[in-house]
Design a protein around this ligand. Structure first.
Ligand SMILES: *Cc1c(COP(=O)(O)O)cnc(C)c1O
Length: 405
């Protein structure tokens, strides 16, 4: 499979487009990738230890201003380990965004804990922090030094805010309440490497943060992830759990069940080359977003995602809301029409409260997530898009002859 095909596999078949067309979001390998990977092959450092793993850990941690980085095999693995490091125990409950890719909720289930799904807010589509706080303050009670869900009787131990589409969650009020009740915050910053919240980088806003280097993310190692934290004990624990929990690496003594969640040196080599390009990639993503925003500003029924005054988004996937009445076509019809022109667009994820995989899970609201899901469409956002391709997408969305009803 080519990289391009690989990046498609997770998308709706309805949105698939042929080669030679404009994909949604594919990797951009234009720096030292070949050189660093060749170095791995030349030196024999191809497996789970090697200089690039440590270099990538330092580079990502340093970039977001965190003291420590721990590389992992995927972003989902990073989330799983981060939850365990943060002290999430079986049967605990963990607040998580309703409108997100399912990975963080899956990670909560891997830890044998239960997600509580918090609706999105309507402006930036992120976790509705006000609703999360209201849930903690009114639906939970403080007993025996812990916060307990009044309905289920389970302990609430952590919050996983997901910075979706490259824009940060409004985190400060949530951090304040989390501190009040001793809850851990595990940032899912997998879609937002480089984004800023009030001048600080996402992933390093609270206790522990997670990144992904999957093929469709802003930088890629093919597959990979990273935990960042300022706490040396948490970093050591994350390394321990993600490397099979070896208590004595010579005698192979294990006191706990660990995981093989290591990133290989070859993957890390790719990551080191990609990190050198990150700022340039962010600038490109932002300029693609600006082009779309300018073009759609006066197009009735199409609203481009926006950026809060307190945020610097990386516009990972440029997404619009389509109003069927005003635009004359709904988001799915637009998707299909774009596909016929060789342009790959994709809806956002089914809100988690609708997911069969999470049946019976408690949710707070969900109407906003449903409404966004119905209207949203992500447009091509690859760093390697040419200006002509951006104009082609704009032209197709603005096409005057579109089907009206
Ligand atoms: C990509 C992503 C992840 C992690 O994905 P991996 O493929 O496991 O690296 C986690 N959460 C969200 C919201 C994501 O978009």
């Amino acid at each position: 499979m080519s990289d391009t095909e690989q990046a498609y596999t997770s998308y709706e078949p309805g949105a698939a487009v042929a080669a030679g067309s404009i994909p949604l979001c594919v990797p951009e390998l234009r720096g030292n990738e070949w050189r660093y990977v060749k170095e791995c092959l030349d030196t024999g450092w191809v497996s789970s230890v090697g200089p690039f793993v440590e270099q990538l850990e330092k580079s990502v941690a340093g970039y977001v201003g965190a003291a420590h980085g721990v590389a992992t095999s995927t972003g989902t693995a990073a989330l799983h380990v981060a939850l365990l490091v943060a002290g999430v125990k079986p049967d605990d409950e963990v607040l998580v965004s309703d409108l997100t890719f399912i990975a963080p909720a899956n990670a909560i289930r891997y830890a044998n804990a239960w997600p509580i799904l918090i609706d999105a807010e309507p402006v930036y589509w992120q976790m509705d922090v006000g609703r999360a706080i209201e849930f903690l303050e009114t639906q939970c009670k403080w007993t025996d030094g812990k916060l307990v869900n009044k309905v289920t009787g389970r302990r609430v131990s952590a919050i996983v805010p997901v910075h979706i589409l490259g824009h940060p969650v409004d985190l400060d009020p949530l951090i304040e309440v989390a501190n009040k009740y001793g809850l851990a915050i595990i940032e899912d910053a997998t879609e937002s490497l480089g984004a800023e919240y009030r001048g600080r980088k996402t992933g390093n806003l609270a206790h522990i943060g997670c990144f992904s280097f999957n093929g469709n993310k802003i930088i890629t190692t093919g597959g990979g992830g990273m935990i960042v934290t300022n706490d040396p004990a948490s970093a050591a624990k994350a390394k321990y759990l993600s490397t099979q929990a070896k208590d004595d690496p010579v005698e192979y003594v294990h006191k706990e069940t660990g995981f093989n969640y290591r990133l290989s040196n070859v993957q890390a080599a790719l990551g080191c080359a990609q990190m050198e390009l990150l700022d340039e990639f962010i600038a490109i993503k932002r300029s693609i977003a600006a082009e779309y925003a300018k073009a759609f500003a006066h197009l009735p029924g199409v609203t481009m995602m926006s950026e809060a005054s307190w945020a610097r988004s990386i516009f990972w996937l440029n997404t619009v809301l389509v109003d069927e009445e005003e635009y004359g076509e709904d988001s799915r019809a637009l998707m299909k029409r774009l596909a016929r022109r060789g342009i790959q667009a994709r809806p956002l994820w089914e809100p988690l409260h609708k997911s069969q995989a999470l049946q019976g899970v408690q949710s707070v609201g969900g109407e906003v997530a449903d409404d966004i899901n119905r209207r949203a469409l992500s447009l091509p956002s690859s760093v390697g898009m040419t200006p002509e391709q951006v104009q082609e997408v704009i032209g197709a969305v603005c096409e005057p002859g579109r089907v009206t009803r």
